[in-house]
Design a protein around this ligand. Sequence first.
Ligand code: GLU
Length: 491
Amino acid sequence: MIRVRYAPSPTGYLHAGGARTCLFNWLFARRHNGRFILRIEDTDRTRYQERSLADLLEGLRWLGLDWDEGPEVGGPYGPYFQSQRLPLYQEYAQKLVEAGHAYKCYCSQERLQQLRAEAGRRNQPTGYDRHCRELSAKERAQKEAEGIVPVIRLKVPLEGETSFHDLIRGTISMQNSQMDDFILLKSDGYPTYHLANVVDDHLMEISHIMRADEWIPSTPRHVLMYRAFGWTPPLYAHLPVILSPTGKGKMSKRKTIGSDGREYPVLIREFRAAGYLPEALFNFLALVGWSYDDKTEILTREQIIQHFDLEHVSKSPAKFSYDKLDWMNGVYIRQLDPDDLARRLKPFLDKAKFEADLHTIRRMVPLIQERMVKLTDALALVDFFFAEELCYDPQLLIQKGMDVEQTRQVLAESEQVLRALPVFEEADIEAALRAKAESMGLKARQFFGTLRIATTGKEVAPPLFGTLAILGRDKVLKRIARARELLMAAA
Ligand code: GLU
């Protein structure tokens, strides 16, 4: 049975890198009908941030990444919060001590600090010097009698090397001399990441570990621990690092504003607020380090599940291209059913205080669907619908090759035509206005150019007739009347 996990530490908001790791694990589980487990590694109380758990669960749900076991859903291997499993880690650390694979260390903070400082001065590795590794029973008893609460450290072999096979990178080895006797259990009874992670992966019967490659240096340590426990380690697959769009260095963990003034979101909540669709981000993230073939970019969720494999996860760093994400998001927006798009736009319009019911938004959708990259782009496309009064330079009303008098006539005639229409619908509006433009001997560009400025305040706006129909007769007539005033005042 394939069992994989995403094991975040709640130390901040969910970011793109974390979501990518989670997604790959999720895909692997779904592809092989396995189980996907969410485990919260919250034993580092100094870095713990309360709000990050809610953000994590919300972000994963928004992306459609559901978990079979974990917070809020439970499961047979719980609890899934490490902070609720402390006695287990203590018990397992104790077992290693009893088996002679780990030992209690009574060194004080001051001694350790001094050690580090000295080693630093001599340019030597700053690891622990194994002072307590060979304490006699008598020495230990004495320390205990002094009331010193020890930490527990692993006895790392002094020679040789530790290797493991990585499904993506092949064999990775580390000299044991490069590892110090690292801490498993702290003096406050809390486990370190290493102990809790290994104990849980074993007890939760995790079959494959897919995680960011920054954890590679930890893996030989974990392998040593599995050995000490007499357990078989899971299979490892370390995912390629994500590079910033410039290809220089790792992707930032913080939102940045480019020199072009453009925002580069990083947190899942930021992508969401910027108007990216979860299915587009899902598709995009799946391709950060994995590919189906060399060319296919747009893949449905089901296709990705069906094809996801570790053979096509790259060894080399993966670039995070915002241009590609934007392009992809535009594709997904254009593919949306208009009713669906209307529903998704509603919260963005609400937030901007553009009051429109779903029905009205639905009528706007055909006018803007082709023109959006992100949902937030709708705001600048439809803002004029909601404005009390439009703001524009009246000179713009006068189109190329026209004078003030002709412009005034266009406005007056349009007003009349539109007032007289029995029903105020797109097709009728178009027919009546086209006929009027023709009878006045004006080009469509001129006639409608004036009318566009008068009713939208913009030189570039959604298709005019549909726009007028949605604005409604009252608003349109009011705006034309005001345009006439502005024109006369400016002339
Ligand atoms: N808690 C670790 C993290 O924050 C888990 C790393 C792992 O998957 O082993 O990423």
